[in-house]
Ligand binder design. Structure first.
Ligand SMILES: [Fe+2]
Length: 318
């Protein structure tokens, strides 16, 4: 699919579920900070999510300091306990997770005595948030979410982009038609390449307008602001999933989702509980033996080795 013109001369790459691959998305993100996958989430799934979370929006109160979130915005969090449709279809979306693996996974090779070892560290769910923007809500200031992680950045070119640059990677999904008028997220293309001292201004921002079920993918180092409905999957925890949800809730998901939510041992030995993978906490003791001392989970993942020049998207600024 040809790139779509969004505004102000920027043409941001857009895909469909048929044309999108994790590699293509990663390349487009490294080029422009963000990209779209139109029609990624089926409308009936979005309807179910709306049913699941609407009561929480209605019970939410205005954010006190009015800086992080506008007065007339309402939020829902704790999604893993509140919406199975959201958790499995958005957070667990395969294209999203596979792209997150490319952008965020780190890999290390080292010597242990005479043995050559390779280990990987995989992304975990950082937070999942829904926003309802009520009429009259003011815009968020343009900001970079990676400041939460004190992520100091130097200015680079797309060719200089390396693993570790981003500490988080988000997917925004339209819960209804999102427009410039009703508060859809705006972002500054290519701002993920800037250093921390470079300030953005509104003239540079373009609106990530979406239909219901469309997805907008964005690097955490990109300037953005304002919101419709969104989820975020990020490398380091914002929401503490281990205390936000009961063990029974986590146990009700399959092993892949438990890993994404954060119940995963990172090899060689990070995040253990009694020397075991934290999934051992979720099952009866007989089954927990499967996660015994020395248990290593190793799934194939594509890492962010810099793509060949021929794979890189063309620059589409006009
Ligand atoms: Fe943000």
């Amino acid at each position: 699919m040809a790139p779509a013109t969004v505004s102000k001369g920027w043409k941001i790459h857009e895909f469909t579920p048929e044309t999108a691959t994790p590699r293509k998305l990663a390349d487009a993100l490294i080029q422009d900070s963000g990209c779209f996958v139109r029609g990624l989430i089926p409308l009936q799934v979005m309807d179910q999510i709306e049913k699941d979370v609407r009561p929480y929006f209605q019970n939410d109160q205005p954010w006190l300091d009015k800086v992080a979130f506008p007065d007339k915005s309402r939020r829902v969090q704790g999604i893993v306990s509140r919406s199975r449709a959201w958790t499995e279809s958005l957070i667990g979306n395969e294209l999203y997770q596979d792209t997150a693996n490319i952008i965020l996974s780190s890999k290390i090779a080292y010597w242990y005595g005479d043995i050559r070892v390779e280990n990987a560290h995989y992304p975990k769910l950082c937070s999942a948030l829904g926003f309802s923007i009520l009429p009259g809500a003011e815009a968020q200031g343009l900001h970079r979410d990676c400041t939460i992680h004190h992520n100091g950045l130097e200015e680079i070119t797309p060719k200089q982009y390396r693993p570790g640059r981003d500490t988080q990677f988000g997917m925004f999904v339209g819960g209804n038609k999102g427009t410039k008028e009703n508060g859809i997220t705006r972002f500054v293309p290519r701002s993920h390449l800037w250093d921390m001292e470079t300030k953005s201004c509104e003239d540079q921002a373009v609106y990530a307008e979406m239909e219901k079920g469309d997805a907008f993918f964005m690097l955490g180092s990109c300037y953005h602001g304002g919101s419709a409905n969104n989820t975020k999957d990020e490398e380091r925890l914002h929401e503490n999933q281990f205390w936000s949800h009961s063990k029974e809730t986590i146990a009700s998901y399959d092993k892949r989702m438990q890993n994404i939510i954060g119940y995963r041992l990172s090899t060689p030995l990070l995040g253990w509980v009694d020397w075991r993978d934290p999934k051992a906490l979720l099952v009866p003791e007989e089954e927990a033996r499967a996660y015994g001392i020395g248990y290593i989970e190793d799934e194939r993942v594509e890492y962010l080795n810099m793509p060949a020049e021929t794979n890189r998207p063309e620059v589409t600024v006009t």
